[in-house]
Design a protein around this ligand. Structure first.
Ligand SMILES: C[S@@+](CC[C@H](N)C(=O)[O-])C[C@H]1O[C@@H](n2cnc3c(N)ncnc32)[C@H](O)[C@@H]1O
Length: 512
């Protein structure tokens, strides 16, 4: 009975929240139309409806933009005029107090300043010109800087834990540096907390778009409702690898002894055209968004924010993709492997498909060659050619063993993680008995630690608060488990790729 009443009030408050959200969204679209934001050539009462509509896409980003009609590839689908962009420039121009304070703290980075500006604007409440936009921002985020110790450790892999540690300490450091500015601006105490800072910096990290005149970028009302799809063009992807390869070849011709080359990865980025489908256009004076492909009416229209691995998506955007063509795994390599070739470290990885990268194969082939012969076969290795059947067999066995030992060093297996992921959503109540068939003892320990963690954090909270905290904490835990599962899946696939190659090579030997 108590549970039923509790459920009823939870559903009631959920319905009220939904009604409020719908009202907020209507206000945003009306305000946006007044600002000249439009998905069509003619201005109307609402800014959307001609090309796009706001919809909810379960499992694909939640709130997002759908096609209001069939859209053709390359069509302009949304225009957001410059004056509607939330930028440092537009904020400082509108507010003298803010402008004086910000100018007195010029050592802060452009991103730190934009983050403070966002908190300052939030502090104005309904009097802010941006209020209809601000009330539609998400209330919480799951970027890794928001991960607690439990979620961080749940990622299991050293590189990921290190990335989380770095993100958390960077956020703390940047927040402390801005305290004096926030004090000068007399921000309300709740807006000066680390929690508020995390919210604002996550907003900036996950929603800003590139503008040529400010490194911090801009918040783009309505334009920031596009969810993400990874750029998958094979040609771009392949080109990147070949460019890397050509540059390494250029370098090897000038390499003298052990000199190693550092490729200009930024140049590679700019050469690849950055793979985005929205940009600020000076002649139009607006941010313009184009359909990257053709869409059928009702389909979600997506934007490529850039090329990211799942760890990077988690770090900057707080989500990851089940199938991310740009995901990669870096396995720890012996220092001699790096020093025996001129490939940059970041090119030595395993693709999401399980295939070792071009550079990793080339580096291992060279490393597996006696040092006194490396110079004479270097040009073949850098061209991506096999050096000999024996060399290739050694390399394939080495990679397969490396993937195996990397996985064995992690606390749980791929199968255990898959099972854990399938039961995480069933952990609805921190006090309910644990009855999950087939879950391993290590995973049961992890579930118990999760529950103890939620209970400890919510010691002084009401039931409703504990339930809310549990949901948020569970979402972050799920992201951590999903991430490590994706990592292990790549290793498992790589072992299959190598084992198949070993089989083919062995049959070649037996036939010769
Ligand atoms: C620019 S906003 C997009 C709109 C956002 N869904 C909203 O409701 O405001 C970016 C955020 O949307 C979510 N998101 C975008 N694409 C996603 C995807 N493919 N899968 C899951 N979440 C996604 C992530 O939370 C990300 O930080």
């Amino acid at each position: 009975m108590v549970a039923t009443l509790y459920d009823q009030s939870w559903h009631q408050s959920k319905r009220l929240n939904m009604e409020q959200e719908e009202g907020n969204l209507e206000r945003l679209l009306k305000w946006a139309a007044e600002c000249g934001i439009s998905d069509s050539k003619c201005r109307g009462l609402s800014c959307l409806g001609h090309s796009l509509v706001v919809s909810y896409f379960h499992g694909a980003g939640g709130r997002g933009l759908g096609a209001a009609r069939d859209l053709e590839k390359g069509e302009l689908v949304l225009k957001v005029p410059k004056w509607a962009l939330f930028t440092r420039e537009s904020l400082l121009l509108k507010d003298d107090q803010l402008s004086v304070a910000v100018n007195a703290h010029s050592s802060l980075s452009s991103t730190q300043t934009l983050t403070v500006c966002l908190l300052y604007e939030m502090g104005k409440g309904k009097t802010s010109w941006w209020h209809p936009y601000l009330i539609n921002l998400p209330r919480s985020y799951d970027i890794i800087a928001t991960f607690g110790e439990f979620e961080k450790q749940a990622m299991q892999v050293d590189d990921a834990i290190w990335a989380a540690d770095k993100a958390i300490s960077k956020a703390e450091f940047e927040w402390k540096e801005t305290n004096a500015l926030m004090e000068q601006l007399k921000l309300k105490p709740q807006l000066r907390t680390f929690r508020a800072w995390l919210w604002a910096s996550a907003t900036v990290s996950s929603r800003t778009m590139h503008i040529p005149w400010d490194g911090a970028g801009c918040l783009c009302p309505v334009g920031d409702l596009f969810n993400y799809s990874a750029p998958v063009e094979e040609s771009d992807f392949e080109n990147m690898e070949h460019r890397t390869h050509d540059l390494a070849l250029q370098d090897i011709s000038t390499v003298n002894g052990e000199t190693s080359c550092i490729l200009d990865m930024e140049q590679l980025d700019s050469d690849s055209g950055r793979l985005t489908d929205g940009r600020f256009e000076n002649d139009v004076g607006a941010y313009c968004f184009y359909a990257k492909k053709s869409y059928r009416k009702g389909e979600q229209v997506l934007l490529s924010y850039g090329t990211y691995t799942n760890l990077e998506l988690l770090e900057h955007y707080g989500f990851l993709l089940n199938e991310n063509p740009n995901d990669k795994v870096f396995v720890p390599l012996e220092p001699e492997i790096y020093s025996s070739c001129s490939w940059p470290k970041e090119s030595l990885y395993i693709h999401q498909s399980g295939k070792p990268s071009f550079a990793l194969l080339s580096a291992l082939r060279l490393w597996a060659t006696p040092a006194n012969r490396r110079r004479s076969v270097g040009h073949l290795a850098y061209s991506g050619l096999q050096l000999s059947v024996e060399n290739e067999l050694f390399v394939m066995r080495w990679i397969s063993n490396k993937c195996n030992s990397t996985m064995k060093n992690l606390p749980t297996t791929f199968e255990e993680d898959s099972l854990l992921l399938s039961v995480i959503d069933k952990i609805q109540n921190v006090n309910a008995p644990l009855e999950f068939a087939n879950v391993s003892s290590v995973s049961t320990d992890e579930i118990c630690t999760f529950r103890a963690n939620v209970l400890k954090k919510g010691e002084t909270d009401s039931k409703t608060l504990v339930s809310g905290k549990m949901q948020r904490s569970r979402e972050r835990w799920k992201l951590a488990v999903k991430w490590r599962l994706g990592y292990k899946k790549i290793l498992v696939d790589c072992i299959s790729v190598c084992d198949e190659m070993i089989r083919v090579l062995c049959s070649q030997i037996s036939h010769s």
